[in-house]
Design a protein around this ligand. Structure first.
Ligand code: AHR
Length: 308
């Protein structure tokens, strides 16, 4: 990082902040919007950003964080691909006195090893998806026997673990009639959703509901549902999470029935948090994102105002 000249007259000294950021990958539309938000807001905040894409591999993230430590950046931020296995590298950052601000996803480490998390409540998203499914199943013509397929996110990732937990909580508490007949990871990608859904449809022709942990897997699944001669949104009801542009378009076409929003535009809050932390201020342990719920009937009106 560079120190701006303070001037001989004793004027204020402005130090440019250097942020080392390790992104999970580029697996989804959500992630593309998140990356853009981080890059744009770093520029707007005059923060120097060192950015690397880990291609959904933990070892790449650990390597990137070690590189940032040796480059002596002012602050490190990352969205951890999985929840476990971070203690060693987080201790290295702490020993180097470089604060770590998590964003999007959390870790299962001792909370003293990072400053805060700027991101969503994934368990609440899973619960919200279940409540959206209740609404979809209350619409005319909805089936009474509910055979659910689940496309899970990346195995071991916070959103996959917590969305499954939140959904199950509501299902167990109130819906003995909901049967999860198939559940497997599609790694948060469109291709993963497509391939896993194709296999599900062959093995379980009784599936009439899909809960996809993100829009991209839902969109991939739509391709396979149509290829199998079924109508997405009618023969197989679909609820997903994110609220990307393509997810909204699928809702306007009646192919996705409802979406629980997960907001990827975390950059501005992340940059504000970093400035507060480096300025010696205190921040809450978790800075939560505000999100909405959308039924297909709301999609056309909402689409022009969507920002990602
Ligand atoms: O961690 C957030 C999740 O990661 C998003 O819901 C998904 O689309 C992304 O890949």
């Amino acid at each position: 990082s560079t120190a701006a000249a303070a001037g001989s007259s004793g004027g204020t000294s402005a130090k440019t902040i250097t942020l080392g950021f390790s992104q999970v990958g580029s697996e989804s539309g959500w992630r593309a919007a998140n990356t853009q938000s981080i890059k744009d807001s770093a520029t707007a905040a005059a923060i120097t950003l060192k950015f690397s894409d880990a291609e959904q591999k933990q070892e790449n993230q650990i390597q990137a964080i070690r590189d940032y430590i040796s480059q002596k950046v002012d602050v490190i931020s990352f969205s951890p691909v999985v929840t476990t296995g971070w203690d060693t590298v987080l201790k290295e950052a702490k020993a180097a006195k470089i604060p770590v601000v998590l964003t999007d996803r959390s870790v299962d480490s001792d909370p003293s090893l990072f400053v805060t998390l700027v991101g969503s409540d994934f368990e609440a998203e899973g619960e919200r998806a279940a409540h959206l499914l209740e609404k979809v199943l209350a619409l005319p013509g909805a089936p009474k026997t509910v055979n659910i397929a689940v496309l899970e996110g990346t195995t071991g990732s916070a959103p996959a673990i917590d969305r499954a937990k939140g959904f199950k909580k509501i299902a167990d508490a109130s819906h003995p009639e909901w049967k999860i007949v198939a559940s497997q990871t599609g790694d948060f990608t469109r291709d993963g959703g497509k391939q896993v859904m194709a296999a599900f449809l062959t093995a379980h022709p009784e599936i009439n509901v899909l809960f996809a942990h993100n829009d991209d897997m839902g969109l991939g699944a739509i391709t396979s549902i149509e290829a199998a001669g079924k109508k997405p949104g009618t023969d197989i009801l679909i609820v997903s999470i994110d609220g990307t542009h393509d997810g909204f378009v699928a809702m306007t076409q009646g192919k996705i029935n409802a979406i629980a929003e997960c907001n990827p535009l975390l950059g501005p809050q992340l940059m504000d948090t970093i400035k507060t932390v480096l300025g010696g201020g205190s921040v809450p342990a978790w800075i939560k994102t505000k999100e909405g719920d959308f039924m297909a009937a709301d999609a056309a009106a909402a689409l022009p105002n969507r920002k990602y």
